[in-house]
Design a protein around this ligand. Structure first.
Ligand SMILES: *[C@@H]1O[C@H](CO)[C@@H](O)[C@H](O)[C@H]1NC(C)=O
Ligand SMILES: *[C@@H]1O[C@H](CO)[C@@H](O)[C@H](O)[C@H]1NC(C)=O
Length: 508
């Protein structure tokens, strides 16, 4: 009976755990990923509190959203500045870290956060990560386990939290942009970048983090920074190694939840769009969208005309996200819409091509639905996203500066005509979706697992507790080298003595 009771208690604890999502990052794109995880947990019935710097439109349902009042330090102006005035890599890293530290420190001292820390208790903290390591102290404050959530594949600092091996001979560092398998030069770059440059940068960074940790979480009341760094239960990463690479071994403390922001099942489309797509000929439908940030007048009139001239001549039907009162031309095969649900539109079985500015969200959705792309990157990370699309064989790029009827038409027709693009992206989608459980189930299972087993210490890799010398067996190698040296030396001495003795005997 007692056992049954404690099992029921255990289930109860997991069913309604109090979870704090501490997401201090000011970037909206990061928030979309973090909030998707928090929403899954709220939908699963947990009592979820989210603390952030930015308001979130969907936040009213089912969970508490606390928007901190923080001056913008790391804002989009900084990013625009970075794009236009490139600075050396180390300088950029240092400048950005400094801003992250300052804004992170402010979030902790913000009155609402202080109130929360003084008056509430939690069973789990989920920390949105962006080089804000010292904030793991929030879990020390609430004396509960901590899970880190990250937007892309795990980087070195996150691997170190859970003891994920570096495997530098065949696992390229994200930032050196190398592909597997690596040749000698790439391995050299990988080694130097990870073992020298990153060690120095992260070392300096870590000293700063320690300073912040010690002022915010003083030693007389809290466990040390080093102890907390060894106390991270899991790292959730928005990545899928099997389909995206690089192929690598992962410890149980790394859990992939790639695509957590994507809908499992499409919602019904607005009727006019649904009919327009359903009634399209076998050639299918093209979706054209240059993003929500692209304001009226951003695409010059002559380019808009070129785009119209090409699309209006195609046998496909075309849906264009465009200002309905300022269209570049009227054609029976084109439907202009100021707004439409992008993900659900891309999910339609007749969708053949996505013409995109290359925003991360749209590109991922297109890949997920197996739709090839023509990219017209405009700014920011769009260039890199489209470069990746081209390199992976999912589509082609058109330079905005040289966009005219000819360049645009060539790219659009090539992607429509050549099955290679569609096959590549469809194959990717198939691999990306092929998993033992849905992303939602994975998030729920592992978060509950950590709560159920109070931090799940037993799945932690022993690597977390080894120092540099032990990790790399340096003591062993040096020890063996000394022993070998002594053996060789002894043999040498003995044989020399032996030779001399033999010579002496011969002489006599
Ligand atoms: C590590 O986390 C667990 C909960 O997961 C907590 O009980 C423990 O006190 C933490 N250890 C340190 C040194 O903070
Ligand atoms: C963090 O903010 C607090 C409160 O504003 C301040 O007292 C402290 O010096 C800051 N920490 C660092 C390392 O700057």
């Amino acid at each position: 009976m007692k056992k049954l009771f404690s099992i029921l208690m255990l289930i109860h604890v997991v069913n309604s755990a109090r979870i704090l999502g501490f997401l201090p990052t000011p970037q909206k794109s990061h928030m979309i990923i973090h909030m998707s995880v928090m929403k899954i947990l709220a939908d699963a019935g947990h009592d979820v509190t989210v603390v952030t710097q930015i308001p979130y439109p969907d936040a009213t349902k089912n969970y508490r959203h606390i928007k901190l009042d923080i001056p913008e330090i790391l804002d989009s102006n900084f990013l625009v500045d970075v794009v236009n005035k490139p600075r050396p890599f180390y300088k950029l890293f240092m400048d950005m870290s400094e801003m992250v530290f300052r804004t992170s420190n402010l979030t902790i001292f913000e009155p609402q956060m202080q109130h929360l820390m003084a008056n509430e208790e939690f069973d789990l903290v989920i920390l949105g990560y962006f080089f804000n390591d010292f904030q793991i102290g929030v879990a020390a404050h609430f004396k509960c386990p901590i899970i880190i959530n990250y937007m892309i594949q795990p980087i070195t600092t996150l691997n170190d939290f859970v003891g994920n091996p570096r495997e530098l001979s065949y696992v390229p560092n994200l930032f050196i942009e190398a592909k597997q398998p690596m040749g000698l030069i790439q391995r050299l770059k990988n080694f130097i970048y990870t073992e020298v440059i990153e060690r120095i940068l992260y070392g300096i960074n870590d000293m700063e983090q320690r300073k912040y940790y010690n002022t915010v979480f003083p030693a007389d009341k809290y466990p040390s920074y080093d102890d907390m760094k060894k106390n991270v239960s899991l790292v959730l990463v928005n990545h899928h190694f099997i389909s995206q690479g690089p192929i690598r071994p992962n410890v149980p403390g790394i859990v992939e939840v790639g695509g957590v922001q994507l809908k499992q099942k499409a919602n019904p489309l607005p009727k006019d769009i649904q009919d327009f797509m359903d009634e399209a000929p076998e050639d299918g439908v093209i979706y054209f969208c240059l993003g929500s940030n692209v304001k009226k007048g951003m695409v010059s009139d002559d380019r808009a005309k070129s785009i119209f001239n090409v699309l209006s001549k195609l046998p496909q039907r075309v849906i264009m996200k465009w200002d309905e009162h300022d269209v570049p031309g009227v054609s029976k095969n084109i439907l202009y819409k100021e707004w439409l649900p992008q993900d659900d539109t891309l999910a339609h079985p007749k969708m053949r091509l996505f013409i995109t500015h290359g925003g991360q969200g749209g590109v991922v959705e297109s890949q997920y639905h197996g739709v090839p792309m023509v990219g017209i990157p405009l700014f920011g990370d769009q260039k890199a996203n489209i470069a990746n699309v081209v390199e992976s064989g999912f589509g082609l790029k058109v330079d905005y500066t040289t966009l005219d009827e000819e360049t645009f038409s060539t790219a659009v027709n090539e992607v429509l005509r050549n099955r290679k693009f569609r096959d590549n992206v469809k194959k990717f989608a198939e691999l990306y979706r092929d998993r033992p459980q849905t992303v939602q189930e994975t998030v729920r299972y592992w978060v509950d697992y950590v709560i159920r087993h109070r931090g799940a210490k037993h799945i932690q890799s022993p690597l977390v507790h080894l120092n540099f010398i032990e990790k790399n067996n340096i003591d062993l190698v040096v020890g063996l080298a000394i022993v070998l040296y002594i053996i060789v030396k002894v043999i040498w001495i003995v044989s020399r003595k032996g030779v001399r003795w033999v010579q002496k005997v011969k002489k006599e």
